[in-house]
Design a binder for this molecule. Structure first.
Ligand code: DGL
Length: 283
């Protein structure tokens, strides 16, 4: 038994979808969540920046917070940095790409799976690589959705504007008749109603959150790292951005567990980035 917390990180609020699944599936575990809201979005950033931010946060979680495991609850960070983090640290480091893809492959009936993600995730080819490594027979059609993350971070999860954007970005996936759509960005489950409305009720939406939580449980069981639990083990939430907004919006998105947050100073390059106006990619 090991009562050390589990570290979870994302560029902002998106990883809260994974945190929710972890809290529900593993009630004895304590989480330390880092939302890098001071430097989001990661999607349009360079691979080098994403690697450097991810290393900085993982180092903080392992060295300063003493976590027993790190969940990279961000597809963009996992696309570029997962292997490097796994090579650097001795604690288990878990990503969200393979778990999500496995769940989508199980759900499809016509063998056509859509994957949506940030510009960085889709351009990295991480989903195609993971599909090949898993030996999936399903066709994987990918589309980048620039702008979705910003709507979630602003708390605009059901606006007309996000609906119009979704219609434009998801059209290529409707055209190739995917019957399963993997939300390959941990922010996107917060837009699930809009996305489902645009794709139609016959398309099954899959999030990586639950499958990732099952992977974490399996690793805890296999390694004997599961917590005994007990009273007074509240989850902790750290944000590199506006703490008041993190608590207000994060509490709305996650639930009552997020009632307070602490600042975290992250020092890597933090030039503001503009989300490029890209047309959806499908391949
Ligand atoms: N939640 C992150 C992901 O899963 C969003 C990245 C971003 O900040 O653009 O990719």
């Amino acid at each position: 038994m090991d009562d050390r917390p589990i570290g979870v990180f994302d560029s902002g609020f998106g990883g809260l979808t994974v945190a929710r699944a972890l809290i529900d599936l593993l009630p004895h575990e304590q989480l330390v969540y880092v939302g890098d809201t001071g430097r989001y979005p990661y999607g349009p950033r360079s691979a080098a920046e994403i690697r450097s931010f991810s290393q900085e946060i993982a180092h903080h979680l392992v060295a300063d917070e003493g976590v027993k495991m790190v969940v990279v609850a961000c597809n963009t960070a996992a696309s570029f940095a997962l292997a490097g983090l796994q090579a650097r640290h001795t604690v288990p480091i878990v990503g969200v790409i393979e778990p999500g893809l496995r769940a989508a492959a199980r759900a499809t009936r016509n063998g056509r799976v859509g994957v949506i993600g940030t510009v960085g995730t889709i351009a990295s080819g991480a989903y195609q690589r993971a599909a090949a490594e898993l030996g999936l027979t399903a066709e994987v059609h990918c589309a980048a959705c620039p702008g979705f993350v910003e709507f979630v971070e602003r708390g605009e999860t059901g606006s007309d504007q996000v609906h119009v954007l979704a219609e434009r970005l998801l059209a290529p996936l409707s055209d190739v008749q995917v019957d399963t759509l993997l939300l390959g960005c941990t922010h996107y489950p917060f837009l699930a109603r809009t996305i489902a409305d645009v794709m139609g009720r016959d398309v099954v939406l899959v999030s990586s959150a639950d499958e990732t939580a099952f992977d974490v449980r399996q690793i805890l069981e296999a390694t004997g790292l599961g917590a005994r639990g007990g009273a007074g083990r509240e989850h902790r939430f750290l944000s590199s951005g506006d703490i008041g907004w993190f608590v207000e919006m994060g509490g709305r998105l996650l639930g009552p567990e997020l009632a307070s947050a602490e600042p975290i100073g992250l020092n890597g390059t933090s030039q503001p980035v503009e989300e490029p106006v890209a047309s959806p990619r499908s391949n």
